[in-house]
Design a protein around this ligand. Structure first.
Ligand code: CTP
Length: 408
């Protein structure tokens, strides 16, 4: 159990802090909520007290013998400020201590995550951008805001990411430190395929696979958190869209190929984490196949699908990195790594993320463990952890190979 301080500042998105709090307590952590006085205009202290089981105060004049303004920050393992308003970011960047939350930020030596939420104009204002740069320079994580509907009818960057995204990313920082979400993908365009393709037999049946899409989703969420502009080509995945990510839904391998080739043109990094069917039924019946009818099939002839990864490699643009995935088992011919190195060479990609699936059920699991093989002969082990933490390890291996950021 870790001690998490959840700072809440005064924006309408403060109501979502209750769900972030819930996610932390359900993961077994002790949470102390420190709202600003403004936050309590939106959500009452009783809500935070009831959900956290801890007292809630906003100023430094309560619990004076406890010296709360020093003690809370000193004892925290992680501070998450969600939502962080423009004013809160400004006060934190200035090093002010005019309420309990900003005092706590000054006494905390643990990782700090700011999750901004405000109107687009306030987010884009040079003053706010300078404050964000200052806080990042000092080692804090400042997540980019989600793009979407704001308080009124307007929309744009400034929306608070969904509580599940905030909690998943905060857990990565809790375990691996602020460096795991450093903004090293800022200005990069990333295209990721995820999920599993479905190849129709008739209008109601398909050949598919059991890929859940969760690792691809985590890759997208972490890339967005690290500043990338992310497109997720999603084959049959029914998960909430991660913040800051544009989703292109596809069904078949052919649709996935078309979408990936189109999106890859502008990308700095292309990641093929989808499970693409190698074969499809030669013919997809236009009407439902009926038992006992003249059209009842006795066998399903299959034809090869295109190898999307191999095609992306041949069409790779200058400086672009292409990352493949492989689920491998060892066999009598060779071990997992030998098979994986052969595949890396065969596919010609820059990196291959290898999943050792010998003797185990991996589909749909909440955790994962991979080895990232480089065309340069390198091998980076990313130990078993949450899929978000594994995604952070994969992006660190990718970012190390990226050249200078493009000047667009
Ligand atoms: N892949 C692809 N197009 C396909 C099949 C696979 O782009 N038709 C991509 C996957 O997204 C993954 C990588 O290729 O990134 C490796 O997938 P895998 O199924 O292991 O490769 P195969 O070439 O099908 O190898 P195997 O013969 O071992 O199945």
């Amino acid at each position: 159990m870790s001690s998490i301080v959840l700072g809440v500042s005064g924006g309408v998105a403060a109501y979502k802090a209750a769900f972030v709090l819930r996610a932390f307590t359900e993961a077994g952590h002790d949470v102390r909520v420190v709202p600003t006085p403004g936050a309590l205009h939106f959500v009452g202290a009783a809500t935070f007290e009831a959900l956290s089981g801890n007292p809630v105060t906003t100023d430094v004049w309560s619990d004076v013998p406890e010296v709360a303004h020093v003690r809370i920050g000193q004892h925290a393992d992680l501070v998450v400020v969600a939502p962080a308003t423009a004013d809160l970011l400004a006060r934190a960047a200035m090093g002010r201590a005019d309420d309990l939350l900003t005092a706590t930020l000054l006494t905390a030596s643990c990782p700090v995550v700011f999750v901004p939420a405000m109107h687009t104009e306030m987010w884009l204002h040079p003053a706010t951008q300078d404050n964000v740069a200052t806080l990042r320079r000092r080692g804090a994580v400042v997540l980019p805001p989600a793009v979407g509907r704001l308080t009124g009818p307007d929309s744009g960057p400034g929306r608070l990411p969904e509580p599940a995204d905030i909690a998943a990313l905060a857990m990565v920082v809790l375990k691996h430190g602020a460096d795991s979400l450093r903004p090293d993908l800022s200005g990069r365009r990333v295209v990721i395929s995820a999920g599993g393709t479905r190849e129709p037999l008739d209008p109601v049946r398909y050949l598919g696979n059991r890929s859940s899409g969760k690792q691809g989703w985590a890759l997208a969420r972490v890339a967005a958190a690290r500043g990338a502009d992310v497109v997720l080509v999603a084959a049959n995945v029914d998960l909430p869209v991660p913040f800051g990510v544009r989703v292109v839904p596809v069904g078949t391998a052919e649709e996935l190929r078309t979408a990936m080739l189109a999106e890859a043109v502008e990308a700095d990094v292309v990641v093929m984490s989808a499970a693409v069917a190698d074969f499809r039924p030669e013919v997809a019946a236009a009407t439902k196949l009926k038992k006992g009818s003249a059209g009842e099939p006795s066998a399903v002839p299959l034809v090869r699908n295109p190898d999307v990864l191999a095609e992306l490699v041949t069409k790779r643009t200058a400086g672009q990195l292409v990352v493949g995935f492989a689920a491998e088992t060892g066999d009598e011919d060779a071990d997992v790594l030998t098979h994986a190195r052969d595949k890396l060479a065969r596919k010609g990609c820059d990196l291959l993320v290898v999943n050792d699936v010998s003797g185990g059920q991996v589909f749909g699991r909440a955790d994962n463990a991979v080895i990232v093989l480089g065309a340069d002969g390198s091998a980076t082990e990313v130990p078993r952890d949450s899929k978000d933490a594994v995604a952070a390890g994969i992006w660190t291996a990718v970012a190390a190979r990226l050249g200078d950021p493009p000047s667009r």
